[in-house]
Design a protein around this ligand. Structure first.
Ligand code: MSP
Length: 506
């Protein structure tokens, strides 16, 4: 049987922006899904990268007195280094200034032009310099666009309108294309209005930093038309037919809700024009908001960005990955506050998880010389834990296949919480004084549950989960109950998740 494939993408981030936890969130989410699918034995291709053309990059480079490419080369490592720190396991990192991408964008422009889907016209309308695109009167009236000015210009247009009906039928027939459901409805609502054509060129006289249009050298292409194509450049479109056939269509394209229309309308109609399949799913997650109460989207202009490096420095990579994945329900917005971060860390990781490890390893040390005791025959309370543990893998898998990452983590933590209760009730520290075998049984069951949780948490917290498995002498074990071998010597360890002490003690 050929292996199942899983191709996951993140948006390519603007190279100009300093990476913040919003960017980190999407990338960690993709990483968790990629790691999870690799653990299932699937063939995985995980793509991320940088969006490097456009006016903002040109202007920022000018300000620094650098050529735009040198400016990009200088800034790209901010993202690459952060992904390395966050243990992101991407298979490809694409930058839109790479020759491989420029070639494909030009190939796509030519193909769409040859098909008759690109035409030139003079257009007069309102242009948002900040957004780098023409906007409608309605959009201008919304007040959400900055630096709006009237502009009359000859440009090239993509006949997006031609594919409106096809797109609506496709979305209706494929409920998984746009998720979650409310975003799908939002797009269907948007598509009830007549769809205009998309201006895909910028005269070089106004903007030079872009990919030249192959059939009109006075123009470069619009940054979004360029950027979206990264998703097919990387898997080999127009360069490696076999690779492309292997990976395209993407299994899931993760995006934030801010770029829903570009992906669900521009991108899909571009693919229609090229005669390519649409991705199986475009999944739009919500925003991380900051600030107390009402919550604002993080942005450079508001000066409220949360820098992931600070959190890594303070609490470690795995704690950050855990928090972002456990806290946000995919599709909804979440509020980021340091208090909230610390609260969740302390309750889930330090208390529920870390203390359980300290307890079992302490007791096994005291009563069993640090060797995992044999379970013997399980009694009903043990069986409750073992059956919850044995069923956990499938439950978590089903939830992750539905992109319910927070719910999957919660299932794992439910097992840990159940084990903590079980420990309280069974009190192996008391049992050890009267019935050592019974104490051993309880400690085996509790430690085995911890092992299972660690195996399942590997996708979320690769470092700490591996550390825990090594402590348990169980690296390389799988999801079947009983993977922990009796007699294994536990490794000495410092607390896995030391409690974060805050000044105000409650
Ligand atoms: N360059 C475009 C995307 C082109 S994709 C072909 C872009 N870049 S961006 O740097 O602004 O990053 C956008 C993505 O970063 C969002 O779609 C989202 O995935 C993530 N986030 C940025 N800010 C965010 C929050 N405050 N909260 C959650 N995620 C956000 O748009």
């Amino acid at each position: 049987m050929t292996k199942r494939k899983f191709f996951v993408t993140t948006p390519i981030y603007y190279v100009n922006d300093a990476p913040h936890i919003g960017h980190a969130y999407t990338t960690i989410l993709a990483d968790v899904l990629a790691r999870f699918h690799r653990a299932l034995g699937d063939d995985v291709f995980f793509l991320t990268g940088l969006d490097e053309h456009g006016q903002k990059v040109q202007q920022a480079a000018e300000k620094r007195g650098l050529a735009p490419k040198a400016h990009c080369d200088d800034l790209a490592p901010r993202f690459q280094d952060l992904w390395a720190k966050l243990e992101i396991s991407h298979d490809d990192f694409i930058r839109t200034t790479e020759p491989r991408h420029v070639k494909v964008v030009q190939g796509v422009l030519q193909a769409v032009y040859d098909k008759g889907d690109i035409y030139q016209k003079e257009y007069e309308g309102l242009y948002s310099v900040a957004e780098e695109r023409f906007i409608t009167e309605k959009e201008a009236a919304s007040g959400q666009f900055r630096e709006v000015k009237p502009l009359k210009e000859k440009n090239w247009f993509f006949k997006m309108s031609r594919y409106q009906e096809q797109l609506v039928s496709y979305i209706e027939a494929n409920p998984d294309l746009i998720r979650p459901e409310h975003r799908r409805n939002e797009m269907l609502g948007f598509l009830r209005q007549p769809l205009g054509d998309l201006c895909i060129s910028r005269p070089k006289s106004r903007l030079a930093w872009g990919i030249e249009i192959p059939f009109d050298r006075d123009y470069v292409t619009y940054v979004w038309f360029d950027a979206l194509i990264n998703y097919i450049t990387a898997p080999g479109y127009l360069s490696d037919g076999e690779k492309f056939a292997r990976w395209w269509p993407a299994s899931v394209q993760l995006i934030g809700k801010d770029i829903l229309t570009t992906h669900c309308v521009y991108w899909t109609t571009m693919l229609f024009s090229l005669g390519l399949d649409l991705p199986r799913t475009i999944f739009a997650h919500g925003w991380w908001l900051v600030g107390d109460g009402e919550g604002h989207k993080m942005s450079k202009s508001l000066g409220n960005v949360v820098n992931p490096l600070d959190l890594i420095e303070l609490y470690g990579v795995d704690a950050l990955r855990y928090y972002l994945m456990a806290e946000m329900t995919l599709g909804a917005d979440s509020n980021f506050t340091p208090e909230n971060f610390i609260k969740r860390y302390n309750s889930d990781l330090a208390n529920d998880f870390g203390n359980l490890l300290n307890r079992v390893s302490g007791l096994i040390g005291r009563y069993f010389e640090g060797n995992v005791p044999a379970p013997g025959t399980l009694t009903p309370p043990d069986l409750e834990i073992s059956s919850q543990g044995a069923a956990l893998g499938e439950k978590v898998e089903a939830l992750l296949l539905q992109y319910k990452v927070d719910a999957a983590i919660n299932e794992i933590m439910n097992l840990i919480r159940a084990v903590n209760k079980y420990m309280e009730v069974q009190a192996p520290w008391k049992l050890a004084k009267t019935d050592l075998a019974a104490a051993g049984r309880v400690l085996y069951v509790a430690t085995e549950a911890l092992r299972l949780a660690a195996v399942l948490l590997r996708a979320v917290m690769p470092g700490k989960a591996q550390q825990l498995l090594e402590i348990l002498g169980a690296a390389g074990t799988g999801l079947a109950w009983g993977g922990l071998a009796a007699g294994t010597k536990l490794q000495a360890h410092p607390p896995l998740f030391p409690r974060i002490e805050t000044e105000k003690k409650q």
